[in-house]
Design a protein around this ligand. Sequence first.
Ligand code: HEM
Length: 440
Amino acid sequence: MFSIMVLFVCALLCAFVCMIVTQITLKRRALRHFSLPPQRNWLLGHMGMMGHDEEGLNRIDTLIGQYFHSCAWFLGPFCNIVRLFHPEHIKSLLSAPASITFKDKIFYGFMKPWLGNCLLLQSGQEWSRHRKLLTPAFHFDILKKYVSVFNQSTNSMLEEWHRILATGQNTLDLFEQMSCLTLDTLLKCTFSCSGHTQGKASQYTAAISELSKLLVQRQHYLPYHWDWLYWRSEQGRRFQKACDVVHAFTASIVQRRRAELSEKKERTGEHLEFTAGYKRKETDLIDLLLLAKASQHGSTSDEKGEGLTNEEIQAHADMFMFAGHDSTTSALSWIFYNLAMNPDHQERCRAEARSLMHGGHTLSWEDLSQLSFTTMCIKESLRLHSPVLALTRFYSQAMSTPGNRIIPPGCLCLISIYGIHRNPIVWTDPLVGSSYMIIL
Ligand code: HEM
């Protein structure tokens, strides 16, 4: 009996080893047309070779310098990745139809407990339908009526800086400051409320900051990629607690606003549509999402005429708060860093803004197009220090890239924004602002 058991276990082990060897062979063969950077070893591939720190970014620079457009990357036996860092090589991927394009469950999946079923995490037809419904929220003109909000939030931040300076403190953590600024601005644009004056709102913004930090920490610590372990850890429990705060805040606003909108419709008989709605001065993002439901025609109509449910609106509002806060905080911090490192440019930007403010403290919508040098500096900083370093996608069909290199279905494609922005065959000198003729 014992020897049968031993035989059975040995057979199972052999089958497992055979499965791993077959997987590795098939996965590696599928990407044989792509350059292969040196691996840690045959089994682990490149696992753990790309850090999430400055050293990791330096490694990307090395990869681009050696392979120019793309290379294969293997994370253990099961995960094969194609890293792409040339514009011509990502064209076919970014222009692929939504029906064959999917987001990976790992990195996007970590955001799911917080952001729910939002646009950022959706794929395929579901993404197409929601993207159509959200089109008004992405309209360039929508920013016009937010300019006063931007002025207001910036001026309250500057007042706070004056107050801090008066106490004798002359250093500040800029990233923290930018985080407060963007959260305050987004609270006003999304929910028409301010973090400075409302207790629940500041509890909410603290929870968003906490969630953003915990998300990065989870990505960087491999054992926490395993749900079972994460939700039992101290970090996982903190994440859940912060999610509860965020969800309760958003849900209460969405429910109240929907009730108010229905009540207004009944009282006035007014049929609100987003087209009329978003031009109205007082409309915020929640109104836009609620009104998207009412639309039955035009490019933003929903074929089913169903609009968005409360849960969907909550998910999209949470997404706007995350996507709008995290990226702009990082972008602004890098812009100020780069300007501080280049005092001549900083002085020129300051003079440009001052010449438009005429001694006041605000800029108008029209002024923004006059800030040509400042705009160049912002764009150059975004190129050199992109807040989002990469996108990942996989496709249900084989995808062709130049040189007839085929990416097999299901293979993860890592589109390196950082790599494209620093590729020496795209930019004559990547660390010099060639397109705008400025040096940061
Ligand atoms: C410097 C600022 C910003 C940068 C660099 C940036 C970058 C990006 C990138 C790279 C994506 C694609 C992500 C992916 O598909 O995996 C994205 C998506 C998105 N961003 Fe931003 N973003 C910025 C500001 C904002 C702001 C201010 C908002 C809203 C308030 C916003 C809302 C969104 C949304 C809703 C999506 C999902 C779009 C979709 O899937 O159709 N972003 N952003």
